[in-house]
Design a protein around this ligand. Structure first.
Ligand SMILES: [Zn+2]
Length: 226
């Protein structure tokens, strides 16, 4: 029952979700992913006074965390909407999605108890899933190498501490990514990584011919989308 820590699996699952849901540009929006995957995500302000959720005593249950998952009677992610910026919610929400996509709840004996039920290895797996969903290492590497001034928290819709966490774990995660996974991710994001936008007509295109001009209106010096 107690499976070991599986970092490679967490990276592969993140890669598979990006591919399956055709997520090919930044920032990755975990709210949209949840909606596309049919996972309910509700703001705390909308549930606080709702009788169906009263037994959970959500405000105290959430404590200082911004996002929790209620597994029973139906899986539902609840996020603290008041006082939270999108940047503060991105990583915690992606971690909750990590628990769901990695089937961690199957290993929990009593689903009726909400809150922090996971073994530490499962929390680490969910975190690996989350950071590789939001900031896949090969994509981060390409951006840091080619467009270093764009490699910032805001590009990934993260707050500063989440971005620093991502930077500090790049080497660790790179060890879990084989060449095939890296190629899948770079192929997925290829249009985004080399996209340019015309300053005159607003068209977005890939400047494969390196003409440094808009193929639609001819205006020069298109800006990089990244
Ligand atoms: Zn143009």
């Amino acid at each position: 029952m107690n499976e070991p820590f599986r970092p490679v699996r967490a990276v592969r699952y993140a890669c598979a979700v990006l591919t399956d849901f055709r997520i090919d540009r930044l920032p990755v929006d975990p709210f949209r992913l949840a909606a596309d995957a049919g996972i309910a995500v509700e703001p705390l302000s909308g549930l606080r006074n709702h009788p169906a959720w009263a037994p959970y005593d959500l405000p105290s249950r959430m404590g200082l965390t911004r996002v929790i998952t209620i597994p029973y009677p139906t899986f539902c992610i609840v996020y603290r909407d008041e006082g939270s910026s999108p940047e503060q919610l991105t990583l915690p929400l992606a971690r909750e999605l990590g628990h769901l996509f990695m089937n961690h709840y199957r290993e929990i004996p009593d689903l009726s108890v909400p809150g922090r039920l996971f073994r530490p290895e499962m929390e680490r797996e969910a975190d690996i899933f989350a950071r590789n969903l939001l900031c896949p290492v090969p994509v981060v590497d390409v951006i840091r190498y080619n467009r270093p001034q764009q490699a910032r928290a805001s590009l990934f819709r993260l707050n500063r501490s989440a971005w620093i966490h991502r930077l500090n774990t790049l080497n660790e995660d790179r060890a879990s990514i084989d060449e095939e996974t890296a190629n899948i991710l770079l192929y997925l994001f290829r249009d985004y990584l080399i996209a340019r936008r015309c300053r005159a007509c607003g068209a977005e295109f890939r400047d494969e011919a390196q003409n440094n001009a808009c193929p639609f209106c001819g205006a020069g010096d298109p800006e990089w989308v990244l």
